[in-house]
Ligand binder design. Structure first.
Ligand SMILES: Nc1ncnc2c1ncn2[C@@H]1O[C@H](COP(=O)(O)OP(=O)(O)OP(=O)(O)O)[C@@H](O)[C@H]1O
Ligand SMILES: [Mg+2]
Length: 493
């Protein structure tokens, strides 16, 4: 078990937590019971002391009456009464409700005049003096040990004493000590200790086991995720994590599954892209090699064959050059191309693109219409805007037949600027519309006609539009024409 592992840390935490919790409950329970027992012992002492004071007062009165009845008077009567009172003391405390009580009687000079047994004699001269001078009952608790000591050993509740001033037959004030030993209370506290301790231990073990169980469950889920991450790292993108449960780890699994899906789609797209690009390059290379073989064999001697071969090699190599430059601009459009937004006139850029296209398609007598005069300012990268406009206008020119019209309109719309590139070409079949922005996608109609493209233009345009924080969409009607709509924010930073 590693010390730094999550499980060990949680185990240590669980033990610390359960000890703190159990100790808290244990101490609170103990204190409540202990204080309850103290209160019981105090009230018991009070009860016995008032009982004893009454008994002593009765006995003193009876001794005085007896002396008077025998016709004694003065000093003799009080001596006799006092002697009778002292004699009566030992028999007095067998009364009911006085089982645990012990009694001692001290005279005004502090001398011990009577004790029911040795434990009735306590060393608390201060308390006795206070009772004597104050003329009231003084309660003391002697030899008590620290409150929490009882948690680990015998609880020392101490000895409870009530010092009560009493009047004796000769007229003096003495002190009656009622001593109470809290044997029952101590036994009660001791009795609850073993069940309390074992309950605490059980509670502690339960907390530790429950936390470990929970941890084990969570760690198993995390381990599943780790294995999946390792599998993805090793290139296995078919992996799917168990998404069960509405808990946080289930949600994490769902997010990771989405991530794996996206990685897989991207990897698939990349594989397809490399395959398509190699295929597109292989065709002209095969053509060039074919014609070179012809030239090497017999073609070089025949001027007609030689010219045809040179012409074909030139055409194919130009096609390759175009493809490689398109692939490069595609990679550039997806990579971290530098993006320099400046405030510029969109209409000026549009007109420039239209002029270039008009020169390229001069032979097709196409009418190129631009936006009306006047600037339309926006903050974006004019080079990127020119790139995607050139692709859209080039397509429009390429697919529109002779005498058609290509128009570019610009307008403001709320927070954005909208550019429409329309043509009166053949339109795009609805079935092709969802795919035309994919790399190397060409509709069957374009494939059969030799318009010479690779199906990369729109994919590049879409990626550049996104770099400019814009969106591109298309609407088309067969036989009527096509409109590409680009929406750009008025300003990007
Ligand atoms: N204005 C348009 N009118 C009709 N069809 C269009 C138009 N623009 C695009 N398409 C269709 O969409 C397909 C994809 O266009 P894209 O520009 O990506 O490729 P391409 O023009 O065929 O080749 P490349 O642009 O790579 O030279 C085209 O093959 C064509 O079928
Ligand atoms: Mg194109």
């Amino acid at each position: 078990m590693r010390l730094t592992s999550f499980r060990t840390r949680v185990l240590v935490l669980a033990i610390a937590f359960s000890i703190a919790m159990v100790a808290g409950v244990l101490i609170t329970t103990y204190v409540v019971v202990h204080d309850g027992m103290l209160a019981t012992a105090r009230s018991e002492t009070e009860r016995m002391s008032s009982l004893a004071v009454r008994e002593v007062a009765d006995s003193a009165a009876k001794a005085t009456e007896d002396a008077a009845a025998r016709g004694l008077s003065g000093r003799q009567a009080s001596d006799d009464a006092l002697a009778a009172f002292l004699r009566s003391l030992p028999g007095m405390f067998g009364i009911t409700g006085f089982a645990e009580g012990r009694v001692a009687v001290w005279d005004g000079t502090g001398a011990l005049r009577f004790k029911s047994d040795d434990r009735a004699v306590v060393r608390d001269d201060g308390g006795r003096m206070l009772a004597l001078t104050g003329g009231r009952v003084v309660e003391s608790r002697l030899d008590a040990s620290a409150e929490l000591a009882g948690l680990f050993g015998r609880p020392g509740l101490g000895t409870f004493v009530a010092h009560a001033p009493i009047r004796v037959p000769d007229g003096d004030t003495w002190v009656l000590d009622v001593v109470y030993l809290p044997v029952r209370e101590t036994a009660s506290i001791e009795a609850i200790r073993p069940p309390m301790m074992s309950l605490s231990l059980v509670a502690m073990l339960i907390v530790v086991f429950v936390m470990q169980g929970m941890m084990g469950w969570v760690l198993r889920l995390v381990d599943d995720l780790r294995q999946a991450a390792d599998a993805v790292d090793a290139g296995n993108l078919e992996m799917r994590l168990p998404e069960e449960g509405g808990h946080e780890i289930g949600e994490l699994a769902r997010s990771l599954n989405n991530l794996i899906d996206r990685l897989r789609r991207r990897a698939d797209a990349q594989t397809r892209f490399v395959a398509d690009a190699s295929h597109e390059l292989a065709t002209p290379v095969a053509g060039i090699r074919g014609y070179i073989n012809i030239l090497r064999g017999w073609g070089a001697d025949d001027p007609a064959v030689r010219d045809e071969a040179i012409e074909a090699i030139d055409r194919e190599s130009r096609r390759m050059a175009r493809l490689t430059s398109q692939l490069l601009s595609m990679i550039r459009s997806e990579g971290n191309v530098e993006f320099h937004p400046v405030r510029h006139d969109l209409n000026a850029t549009v007109r420039q693109v239209l002029v270039e296209a008009a020169t390229r398609y001069a032979g097709k007598r196409i009418v190129f219409e631009g936006p009306p005069e006047g600037p339309l300012m926006l903050t974006n990268d004019p080079d990127r805007i020119e790139e995607f406009l050139a692709i859209l206008v080039d397509n429009a020119g390429k697919y529109t037949s002779e005498g058609g019209t290509v128009s570019v309109r610009t307008r403001r719309s709320r927070d954005s600027i909208v550019v429409d590139v329309s043509d009166t070409g053949p339109g795009i079949p609805p079935a092709d519309l969802p795919s035309i922005f994919n790399r190397f996608y060409r509709s069957d109609a374009s494939r059969s006609k030799d318009t010479g493209g690779f199906g990369l233009g729109l994919a590049i345009a879409k990626s550049i539009v996104e770099t400019c924080s814009g969106q591109i969409s298309v609407s088309s009607e067969i036989g009527k024409g096509t409109t590409f709509t680009v929406t750009l924010p008025r300003s990007v930073s």
